[in-house]
Design a protein around this ligand. Structure first.
Ligand code: NAD
Length: 355
């Protein structure tokens, strides 16, 4: 039986990079059927909503979803804000599909080490941030203005159950890596962090095959620059994860290379996931064949690994990306003298051929 993948190209460079990822999956396996649906600004233009019911239904039916990116200047001022692509499509999709775990690997490609802002081998990292995605201060209520708008309130709230499920998920991610988890919190100040540390400590005792340590978030921000190679898996809550995953990803040197997975509970045997590049819709280069498709292709590899448990196919895609970049083919964003400048689809063709 074929697995069903919802394909959500979205806006800007989204359709260009998603097409290359589908091309590469087809080259590696014939187990998948793909069905496309509208999301983002283009969906708003055509249906009046950035996340049409039909798209949501398809995601509920599918085993996994592969997304490009949403948003762009054309839709920045839509009112009400809830109809803007980033809010009405992206945040809505996360909460509708219960995507509570955001997994963001940051791995420097050997061929691109010079792009890292850190000197020498320091930038050669292979770590993964597991960020809680549907709780904490981004979702807590009340969130309001008081006293004629002169006072603002946000609420950070976490339950034991929310911390348990993300922690167990981080342990699973660690089991496919070096089995070391650093749990990041602010337990010297915040009550939510004290609960976080309590729960992670309890679960660590029940899962002795994973080595768990704790670190305060300010120290972690510093350690990521001082010695990023000490980290395997960083487990953290929503807002800290938002900031630390961006910091970690920039150590690898290029936004166009970074994949991500947002995971939910299993549908049957398969954990449902939404897979997408970390970058946005890059309206400045859309439609010009200049977008780097590698982040989306690596997101497809994560889909094979995390939802479909096909580690061999995932590794073949990752190796193919490395091989093609090492051979000197480059899109403009990672171009260096001596390399060959190619278009989005030419790079996708080369990676599909290399798998
Ligand atoms: P962006 O990531 O789209 O672009 C930042 C810069 O990086 C641009 O110069 C762009 O050309 C370049 N870039 C990004 N991806 C690239 C790729 N694959 N290949 C080559 N170059 C690439 O960020 P932005 O400009 O801040 O946002 C543009 C739009 O995307 C906004 O509307 C924003 O809200 C939206 N956005 C969407 C998502 C998402 O859908 N998950 C994430 C971030 C931003």
């Amino acid at each position: 039986m074929a697995f069903k993948v919802a394909v959500l190209p979205g806006d800007g460079i989204g359709p260009e990079v998603v097409a290359e990822a589908v091309k590469v999956i087809r080259a590696v396996s014939s187990d998948f059927e793909f069905e496309e649906a509208l999301i983002g600004g283009i969906a708003y233009d055509q249906t009046g909503h950035p996340l049409p019911a039909k798209t949501l239904d398809l995601c509920h039916e599918a085993d996994a979803a592969l997304m490009g990116a949403v948003g762009g200047p054309k839709w920045d001022n839509i009112q009400p804000t809830s109809l803007r692509p980033e809010v009405g499509a992206l945040l809505a999709l996360r909460s509708e599909l219960n995507l509570y775990s955001n997994v963001r690997p940051a791995k420097t490609m050997k061929a691109l080490l010079t792009a890292s802002p850190l000197k020498g081998d320091h930038g050669m990292i292979d770590l993964c941030v597991v960020r809680e995605l549907t709780g904490g201060i981004y979702f807590g209520e009340p969130r309001e203005r008081r006293e004629n708008g002169t006072v603002a309130v946000d609420t950070c709230i976490y339950s034991r159950a929310e911390i348990e499920r993300i922690t167990l998920n981080a342990f699973d991610v660690a089991r496919a890596r070096r089995r070391e988890v650093v749990s990041v919190d602010k337990a010297n100040v915040l009550e939510t962090s004290r609960l976080w540390r309590e729960v992670v400590t309890e679960l660590a005792a029940q899962n002795p095959d994973v080595k768990v340590t704790h670190m305060l978030v300010d120290n972690c921000a510093m350690q990521l620059i001082r010695d990023p190679r000490q980290f395997d898996v960083i487990l953290t809550e929503n807002m800290f994860g938002d900031i630390l995953s961006d910091e970690a990803s920039m150590i690898t040197g290029s936004l166009g290379l970074l994949p991500s997975a947002s995971l939910s509970d299993a549908k049957g045997d398969l954990p449902f996931g939404l897979y997408e590049p970390v970058h946005g819709s890059a309206p400045d280069i859309a439609g010009q064949g200049r977008a780097n498709p590698v982040a989306t292709i690596l997101s497809a590899a994560m889909m094979l690994q995390y939802t479909f448990k096909n580690l061999e196919a995932a590794k073949r895609i990752e190796d193919a990306c490395n091989k093609v970049l090492e051979s000197g083919l480059r899109t403009a964003d990672i171009f260096e003298p001596g390399c060959q400048l190619v278009s989005t689809s030419k790079l996708g063709d080369a990676i599909a051929a290399a798998v």
